[in-house]
Write a protein of this length. Structure first.
Length: 547
């Protein structure tokens, strides 16, 4: 009898999984699972979120950046009720706040409300952290904020405008490029959006716009607001490389575009070029530089500007990957992403799912696959080495969290001390030409398990999520191996007490189906490992029936 092999290579939107020589690599969910770092087509529970001690003071973080293990940003003054965001500094290594001086109710921005927003942004430029924020009014509380970090032990805050030559209005974004601050200003009315540059570090720094740069202003040929920017190296046609700053207009405004800035006015090499992409970003906090290009969420999915300055198609369009959660994002301006060098992590509110939950999806740049959705999501995220720092989870947990996608001996398998569920679920299979129903009474899944007892819930479901067959199985293991006590090459990975091996899935009755999906649901635990599922089936003697 034929055997259908479910080979978990990554997630796709496609309802029906493509079957090639009895193998189906397409999964609808690998939720809270990450690729095993040592073996292809095997998955392990992702490490859980842990909280940085005391980081949940008073209110929500609205923006931050990480400089030498210190998080600098703005937090909503929910506790005192001032209605403003105030500057904070938090040391990730000592897990303690560093007092920021100089702020008061008069020089801090009004806190953003709920729903769609212009995301505040924090950018390290020289010895300063520049903060753009929609709560700055360009009058009493200034145009932008500045945290002076020249003395990391005693950072100080001010707000204001650039000296000598002022900005026309409070900027919506700021980027460092060629030792200057690039301020993106969208005044509105008849004044077009523009980029204003500061002096270099050696000539006044990011808060100064002296006579030499007074007339150096770039406009974009239209009135579409600027959303955000990111920089990367571009490979030229002659094989050389140069640094470029890519500017993204707001895709929600229509006729948006992406622009490339290179060179510097002091060298008479300053140029602005349009990519004529016909698209742009829909969420400023999704614009992230990666080793392969700048990734961003567009209205039709996540795209990339590669190192030849070419904009890709949506990554995974047409059921070859994941685009539906991004196309149906209910709050694009609230989506957030980061990359640690190997994986682009993005959280979006998926309106295609009942209840529009916050979902995190991961794109593996090495394997070129999507996987997820993960819980609980996040409001903000930034990379910190191979790990990530998140803030303000959608379920109301305040403060900073630490998370990684690479398990190690110190990984925990709870999110802020709460258990979470992993889901391994295939697409509907097999997609075939025959018109007879199929039947199975035998299924085997390759599973590894760790210490303690893990309960696996197996289910076979049809296209309408009707359960065709289900059962559960408890598996118990011994103690996980410790460093130095196991043999390399034995097949037993660190923290796994049982090498992956076939486990027969108990079926109480034949499962009859036209096309079905198979899922395995369990609580995340140390040592669990999931591999390929084998389902032996045979055709029946009657044609397919309605669900």
């Amino acid at each position: 009898m034929p055997v259908l092999r479910l080979v978990p290579k990554g997630c796709v939107d496609a309802i029906f999984g493509e079957v090639v020589q009895d193998d189906c690599p397409h999964f609808s969910a690998l939720s809270n699972l990450v690729p095993a770092p040592d073996t292809p087509t095997q998955w392990v529970p992702r490490p859980g979120f842990t909280r940085y001690a005391g980081s949940g003071i008073n209110g929500y973080w609205s923006c931050y950046c990480i400089v030498n293990s210190v998080v600098y940003g703005m937090v909503n003054d929910w506790y005192n009720g001032s209605g403003n965001d105030y500057p904070v500094a938090y040391n990730l290594l000592s897990q303690a706040f560093v007092l920021v001086s100089g702020y008061n109710n008069a020089n801090t921005p009004v806190s953003p409300g709920s729903g769609a927003w212009i995301p505040p942004h924090a950018e390290n430029i020289g010895s300063k952290v520049i903060i753009t924020h929609s709560g700055y009014n360009g009058a009493g509380n200034g145009f932008f904020g500045v945290i002076d970090i020249s003395n990391p032990a005693a950072p100080s805050y001010t707000s204001g405008n650039t000296s000598t030559n002022a900005l026309a209005s409070p900027p919506v974004w700021v980027s460092e490029f060629n030792s200057r601050a690039y301020y993106f200003v969208t005044p509105g009315g008849s004044t077009p959006p523009a980029v204003y540059i500061s002096d270099t570090f050696a000539n006044g720094g990011p808060t100064s716009r002296g006579a030499a740069v007074a007339g150096n202003i770039l406009t974009f040929g239209n009135n579409v607001p600027v959303l955000g920017a990111a920089k990367q190296t571009v490979v030229t046609s002659t094989g050389g490389a140069l640094s470029a700053l890519f500017v993204f207009q707001d895709a929600a405004q229509g006729n948006a575009n992406i622009f490339q800035i290179t060179g510097d006015p002091a060298l008479s090499t300053w140029t602005l070029n349009s990519l004529n992409a016909g698209t742009s970003a829909s969420g400023a906090n999704t614009i992230v530089a990666t080793p392969k290009g700048i990734m961003f969420m567009a209205p039709d999915g996540v795209r990339m500007v590669n190192q030849q300055a070419t904009v890709s198609d949506p990554i995974g369009f047409g059921g070859t990957g994941i685009t539906v959660p991004f196309i149906n994002c209910t709050a694009p301006s609230r989506a957030a992403a980061a990359c640690n060098g190997t994986t682009y992590r993005i959280c979006t509110q998926n309106g295609a799912v009942s209840g529009a939950p916050n979902q995190e999806w991961c794109y593996d740049l090495t394997r070129n696959i999507w996987y997820g959705p993960h819980t609980p999501g996040f409001g903000l995220i930034a990379s910190f080495g191979q790990s990530f720092v998140t803030a303000d989870l959608p379920n109301g947990i305040l403060g900073l969290g630490s998370t990684t996608l690479i398990p190690n001996g110190s990984s925990v398998y709870t999110d802020f001390s709460l258990a979470y569920t992993c889901i391994y679920a295939s697409s509907l299979v097999p997609d075939r030409r025959e018109i007879t129903m199929l039947s199975t009474v035998k299924a085997v899944m390759y599973i590894g398990y760790g210490a303690g007892t893990t309960t696996f819930f197996f289910s076979f479901e049809d296209i309408n999520d009707n359960i065709l067959g289900s059962n559960s199985l408890q598996v118990s293991g011994g103690s996980p191996p410790a460093w130095g006590s196991f043999t390399w090459g034995s097949g037993a990975a660190l923290s796994v007490s049982a090498a992956i091996s076939p486990l027969e899935i108990p079926l109480q009755a034949p499962v009859v189906f036209d096309r079905m999906s198979f899922s395995n649901t369990f609580t995340a635990a140390l040592g669990v490992r999931l591999g390929i599922t084998h389902i032996e089936y045979q055709p029946t003697q009657y044609t397919v029936r309605n669900p």
